[in-house]
Design a protein around this ligand. Sequence first.
Ligand code: PGA
Ligand code: ZN
Length: 431
Amino acid sequence: MADDGTIGAVRAHRIWDSRGRPTVEVEVELADGTIGRGIAPAGASRGEHEAIDLRDGGEAHGGQGVRAAVDNVHREIAPALVGRDALDQAGIDRGLIALDGTPNLARLGGNATIATSMAVLHAAAALRGVPLWRHLAGGCEASLPMPEIQVFGGGAHAGRRLDVQDLLAMPLDAASFDEALSMCADVYHAAGAIMASRGRLAGVADEGGWWPDFASNEQAIATLAEAIERSGHAGRVAISLDVAASEFFADGRYRLALDGREHDTDGWIEAMLRWIDRYPIASIEDPVSERDRAGMAAFTRAAGDRIQVIGDDFLVTSAARVEAAIAEGCCNAVLVKPNQAGTITGALEALERARDAGWGTIVSARSGETEDTTIVHLAVGWNAGQLKVGSFARSERMAKWNEGLRIERSTPGLRFAGRDALPACAARRTR
Ligand code: PGA
Ligand code: ZN
């Protein structure tokens, strides 16, 4: 029995996320008193196949209660973990999946398992007395990620005022994480000033991006391009879009409510290709619906030699889905959201499968977040190369950007991944 990493206790609590909704925090205590903590984030535009976020339903808190998930930790997960070695992350994560017994963690709840998995990870790093990213890297290469920072929110994060969900800035010319954030701050504030000058400044959406008071989806993209110009970083900062197209797809049609238009798959792909021609777009996430596999292959064929094509809802941080997408020629990058997989090990497997295929890998937060900064360490320690955390406002976002700065300052010589983290074609976009 490991006298070092033996798990002595596992406790769960209800705490609250950035939308004021309940979420699960798990605390793992090792035999020597070392403590690790993990908090489950929550999505608003979820993929159909992600791990289930178990909610109580009923009247209280709009049905978002997590009593069942918390009880599952105490009743089932804790007894299964006590006495096990916290340094055996993969074994513990496999055990959680086996204990649940469903394909999507529907019984125990992906929120219960991811918070537990993260807590075990933190306890192991604390036991070893090293920062989490260093624990994750082992002896392998680590790097500070290229950030994608949301400038305008949309879709499910902004009352569907805009169909496209995220309009983001990617500071491709930055030479350090610190410079990358500074460039994005300039773009973010330039965008706010433009909205104010038009009388359209109306606060922020769920992830801190400016509220999208626009006449069309294209006007939002044009305004981001204008903000990049105004910030003085023209040619140095590219645009990234998260279309989250599953949200406005039904019966084979893409219905853009704001534009009053609808397209079949071909027409929708052509519309996006025109955007790529007109604006400095380096990356598009979920351009088509998660159900439109032929559409994803067609879009990747049409644009994948110029831009990064990210699968989020389409891949749901699943190694098996990444593998299938590689075989079908869908996407050239994966978004890695640990709670979609339900365990840290599952998320790492999806990332590694993508990396082996030469894809881009982006560690990502959810729209419902907390002060938990684990994902920053995952991005650094796994050498993911890219990090998506929402905007440049609201402390659940800033906690993560600032954690990246702390890692950069404390580790001279740690490489900044920079533009080379993108697939080669996309990295050339602002060059
Ligand atoms: P979600 O969306 O966290 O609300 O599901 C974020 C994203 O689509 O990247
Ligand atoms: Zn997405």
